[in-house]
Design a protein around this ligand. Structure first.
Ligand SMILES: CC(C)[C@H](NC(=O)[C@H](C)N)C(=O)O
Length: 743
């Protein structure tokens, strides 16, 4: 900004109302930031699960769209900075883009109401296209709003301070960062709880509308709070199109350099010096400072690539773990709260203890060194995530590969049965009726061994494997032998149900991946002589029929079984991510449901979510070293009129990081999740080595000092006036051109 203009702005700054040395207006800004971050992080916390389990996208698509959205949120700050600097000013930009943001949140919340398209009232939306279109529109509006206001709000906060309040200004930025994390913490705790509620008009479903609706409401509150402070703000007028001047100056330098590429022209120290013919030395020097920092930013996106996977891959990892902490149960998406909790504790610890201690030891822990160490911490966080993943993989069922089939046999007949399988010992499948002496709660391992067993068959035909008389033989001890041809589905797990009338045996497909969201999949085989109604099941169960799987949440669950005349209750406590087949015997009501037997199709998750804490600790330590330092570095190394430009550039590194996740997730699909974590960790280590080399050659500057020196030089430069006049004339010409184009 030209000096004269800056002086004008300073003069325009009226004396503002103060409280404890702070302008009162900043309280509105801080509360506004808290609500806005609550809104943003609350919505983000449930976004992947919404994609995965409401829109039914697979893991990769859900992760890709999530990262595309985050990337967009960090690309739009450039737009916000341009609008604020050259057109509306920060105040109006914040208001208008906050309205866009709030509308986006409301559209997003509406898109999650399944009842709006659930005409047949079966609990699932009938028109997925409408839900997808609405949610994508909502996300684009949110990205425009949140990104657009991001570089403006902090700067607008800074504008509120007078010259004598420089100490308070520094504290403001710390409080501002803490507000970001307090908002993030509360929302990531609350919205998953709201999501876990059941709601709906026709059918009760996961309450996504509430989980997205509350962030929408908070965004409206944020806007109202910001407007409420309107009368107290110091509002600075737009400072001219800085971005435009920078781009024009760079373009001119490049063009001029190209025109003078011949050896006859003397070389200049820097390629930007080729703009000297037309542009002010100060502007050129400022652009050089910015470009130097931007060049250093090139490797930084890799940090964000890893950092932003907390909300996607790590949340999905948590769904395969158990969150039972004794007194309370943690939902998988709530694990993300560990990050802001650690930020709130680690920022003061680092600032007050660790960094001063390092300084006391005589070590020069410069900002760029801190950022390199931060990157290495993030890389180790991913190694920790890979180790946890390996532990999880050990507990996952051995699902058949695409060339295998798995078969389980459940014998509900009154006699034992021998199954003969090629190249395997004949299996004795005990009779459910004869052996059901023990209670369902104690029978798990016993039944798995005697009445059921998984057998893995190598697949020979491309689609199905057919067992003829030679392949599989089912023989009973006393009754005449029964032979059955069985077609097993490739890559699938199936259960052969042998009812009381063995000739009516049938295959039922088993669940072949962990149940969603850490829930439990249960089904019933009706060995009772009449139809049965069971709570939670879609329809009544005919004799000998097997129900489809139904999902139940963690904790004690009660099922009421009735045939219309008699009824009994059956309760069981569930963990996370298990699957069971419950066998209903013929003496169901005489034993008051006690004789129900269970077969564990899939073990409950056994790796505890607490094991994710080390990876969260490492990534957050990395964040404090990298992100907080990076923000300060971007501010301190930027010339006074380009602080927001560099802030937008800094936010862009985050956007590019998310785009990298998208590309790697799409192109480099690794068969094992732990291998993907190791790949990301290795990439970040490689990038941090490159960054440390670049940092070694970087010389820290004091922009204010350089600017003052150039201004002093210019005062004695006779060309200065002429150049300024040329520049002003060109700007006027440009303006006239624009006016004419409009006409
Ligand atoms: C993206 C920024 C680093 C910042 N995020 C955080 O502080 C997280 C919650 N730890 C933000 O501005 O949202």
């Amino acid at each position: 900004m030209p000096d004269s203009k800056m002086d004008e702005t300073k003069k325009k700054k009226k004396k503002t109302a103060e409280c404890c040395g702070y302008p009162i207006s900043i309280f509105f800004i801080v509360v506004n930031e808290f609500c806005e971050r609550f809104s943003y992080y609350g919505m983000r916390a449930v976004l992947v699960l919404y994609f995965r389990y409401f829109l039914l996208w697979d893991d990769d698509l859900a992760t890709s769209i999530y990262h595309a959205f985050v990337a967009l949120c960090y690309l739009t700050p450039i737009l916000g900075a341009i609008i604020a600097d050259s057109w509306l000013g920060k105040f109006k930009t914040i208001i208008y883009l906050s309205i866009v943001y709030a509308v986006g949140q409301v559209v997003m919340a509406v898109s999650t109401i399944h009842d709006i398209t659930d005409a047949n009232r079966d609990g699932t939306p009938d028109n997925f296209t409408l839900h997808i279109a609405l949610s994508m529109l909502g996300l684009v509006l949110i990205a425009l709003g949140t990104g657009g206001i991001k570089p403006c709000v902090a700067a607008f906060g800074g504008d509120q301070f007078q010259e004598h309040q420089s100490r308070q200004l520094n504290t403001f930025f710390s409080v501002f960062y803490l507000c970001i994390n307090a908002g993030s913490l509360l929302s990531t705790l609350i919205t998953p709880v709201l999501r876990a509620q059941e709601c709906g008009i026709h059918t009760q479903q996961q309450c996504y509308p509430l989980a997205f609706g509350v962030p929408a409401a908070l965004m409206v509150v944020s806007l109202v709070v910001f407007i409420a402070g309107s009368g107290m703000y110091t509002k600075t007028a737009p400072e001219g199109n800085i971005m435009g001047s920078v781009c024009k100056c760079i373009w001119f330098a490049l063009n001029n350099r190209f025109r003078h590429r011949s050896d006859i022209y003397p070389k200049r120290e820097h390629w930007m010096d080729w703009a000297e013919e037309k542009y002010d030395k100060l502007l050129i020097a400022q652009i050089k400072m910015v470009l130097k920092v931007l060049f250093l930013y090139i490797p930084l996106p890799m940090f964000w690539t890893l950092f932003d996977q907390k909300g996607s891959r790590w949340t999905l990892q948590a769904t395969t773990m158990t969150g039972d902490f004794g007194g309370f149960v943690l939902q998988p998406d709530q694990m993300q709260t560990v990050n802001p909790i650690l930020i709130l504790t680690l920022v003061p610890i680092m600032d007050r203890i660790i960094f001063p201690l390092i300084k006391k030891c005589g070590l020069n822990f410069s900002p760029l060194k801190r950022m390199t160490v931060g990157m290495l911490f993030a890389a180790t966080a991913f190694i920790a995530a890979a180790l946890v993943q390996m532990e999880i993989d050990k507990t996952l069922p051995n699902f058949p590969s695409s060339s295998e089939s798995q078969l389980k046999v459940v014998n509900m007949h009154s006699e034992s049965l021998i199954v003969t399988v090629p190249s395997q010992e004949p299996l004795l499948i005990g009779s459910f009726e004869v052996q059901h002496t023990s209670k369902h709660t104690t029978a798990v391992s016993h039944w798995c061994f005697t009445i059921s067993s998984h057998v893995v068959f190598p697949q020979s035909s491309p689609d199905y494997i057919t067992f003829d008389q030679q392949d599989i033989r089912l023989a009973f001890n006393t009754t005449p032998e029964i032979n059955k041809d069985l077609s097993l589905i490739k890559g699938s797990r199936q259960t052969l149900i042998i009812p009381s009338e063995p000739a009516e045996m049938y295959l039922k497909e088993d669940i072949k991946s962990k149940p969603k969201e850490g829930k439990n999949a249960v089904r019933f085989v009706n060995g009772w002589t009449a139809y049965l109604n069971i709570t939670n099941l879609e329809s009544s169960l005919q004799p000998s029929e097997t129900s489809n799987y139904t999902l139940v949440s963690q904790g004690m669950r009660k099922f009421t079984l009735t045939d219309g005349i008699q009824s009994c209750e059956f309760s069981r406590k569930f963990g996370f991510g298990s699957s069971y087949t419950f066998l209903i015997p013929s003496d169901l009501f005489s034993t008051d449901c006690e004789s129900i037997k269970e077969i564990e199709d899939m073990q409950p998750n056994s790796v505890h979510m607490a094991l994710q804490i080390p990876q969260y600790f490492l990534i957050t330590t990395g964040e404090v070293m990298f992100s907080v330092t990076g923000l300060q570095f971007s501010y301190s190394q930027a010339p006074k009129n380009m602080k927001s430009v560099l802030q937008a550039g800094w936010l862009c590194t985050n956007a590019v990081g998310n785009i990298i996740v998208l590309i790697v997730a799409e192109l480099g699909k690794l068969p094992k999740q732990w291998a993907e974590y190791v790949l990301f960790a290795s990439l970040l280590v490689a990038v941090s080595i490159i960054f440390s080399i670049m940092a070694y050659f970087y010389t820290y500057i004091d922009p204010a000092e350089i600017e003052a020196e150039i201004l002093k030089q210019q005062e004695t430069d006779p060309d200065k006036k002429k150049k300024k006049e040329t520049l002003e004339m060109e700007e006027k010409e440009n303006e006239q051109e624009i006016k004419q184009t409009k006409i």
